[in-house]
Design a protein around this ligand. Sequence first.
Ligand code: NAP
Length: 331
Amino acid sequence: MSWLAVLRVYWAGATVVLAQLLRRLRGGFPEPVFSPQPGRVAIVTGGTDGIGLATAKRLAGLGMHVIVAGNNASRAQAAVREIRKETCNDQVEFLYCDLASLRSVRAFADAFKAKGVPLHVLVNNAGVMMVPERRTQDGFEEHFGLNYLAHFLLTNLLLDTLTASAAPGRRARVVTVSSATHYVGEVNMDDLQGRAGYSAHGAYAQSKLALVLFTYHLQHLLDARGGRVTANAVDPGVVDTDLYRHVFWGRGVLKRLLAWMAFKTPDEGAWTSVMAAVSPALEGVGGRYLRDGEDAASLRVSYDRGLQARLWARSCRLVGVPDVTPEVMAA
Ligand SMILES: NC(=O)c1ccc[n+]([C@@H]2O[C@H](COP(=O)([O-])OP(=O)(O)OC[C@H]3O[C@@H](n4cnc5c(N)ncnc54)[C@H](OP(=O)(O)O)[C@@H]3O)[C@@H](O)[C@H]2O)c1
């Protein structure tokens, strides 16, 4: 284990928790209000639990047709029933997608496209945190493969549908959930999969930094293609969910105490994702890192266009999609 990676991640988390505690004492996180979104369609990965469930519920509550993408059919069916009941919106459904398998991601994209519905919002939300060292079905380190590469592929597969679904003055949106741990992440292009020594903390932080780099490069490509789709990264804060189950203190009294005092609720954690998905203020706005509903600076290296392009090119090779960067940027 790399103790430096552990310390860096806990430093990032502690800073956020302290800021949230102070904000809670000053009145908390007011619930944003958005206008109804009938006729709009959204996919939420990991919409079965935690922040994703809260996001799916809120989007359904705004009248959107919501597809919950998940890898646990019974949990997902229960989530769909719960969302339908609470929002009185029957246009909520489950489609199987195991992000630990690129084949499953491809099957999900095919199944979604076979429905023949538009796609206005893709929320890349699902994730795992600090899991023991293990591999996805394609042999990738799990944080890198599931949190990052699977969403990279999913977005690429759905970009044509997002582009076709956009309308003048009403762009389609890609919302990608990162984390404050990206501030202490490093993308090691020589060892993206931690083969030289596994650190669960380092691997999680790297995956979240990779998602920010991906978002910014995607926005450059989208701008060059005429800007019918926007992409933003979202930082939900530190939120009381089951994500912490693999952390040694994540199921005990310390977590409950911290959560009670300073963690956001899943609803509060979802608000920036929902804002990124529907807010009129963000129409046409992309390439941002959004935290607590506001534009924030991400880690300096995330703005490095060379690194963004190298990671994008490598990711294309790893998932088997063409890298259109040279031709799009040259056009
Ligand atoms: N909680 C926080 O403090 C916090 C802070 C910063 C960022 N985030 C980010 O927020 C996102 C949501 O996390 P959360 O806190 O809501 O955690 P969570 O409650 O554990 O939810 C994670 C979701 O991802 C899904 N998922 C996991 N493996 C999957 C797979 N192989 N295929 C498809 N879906 C899979 C889970 O479904 P199953 O349970 O059915 O597997 C679940 O719906 C993550 O990207 C996380 O990194 C969270």
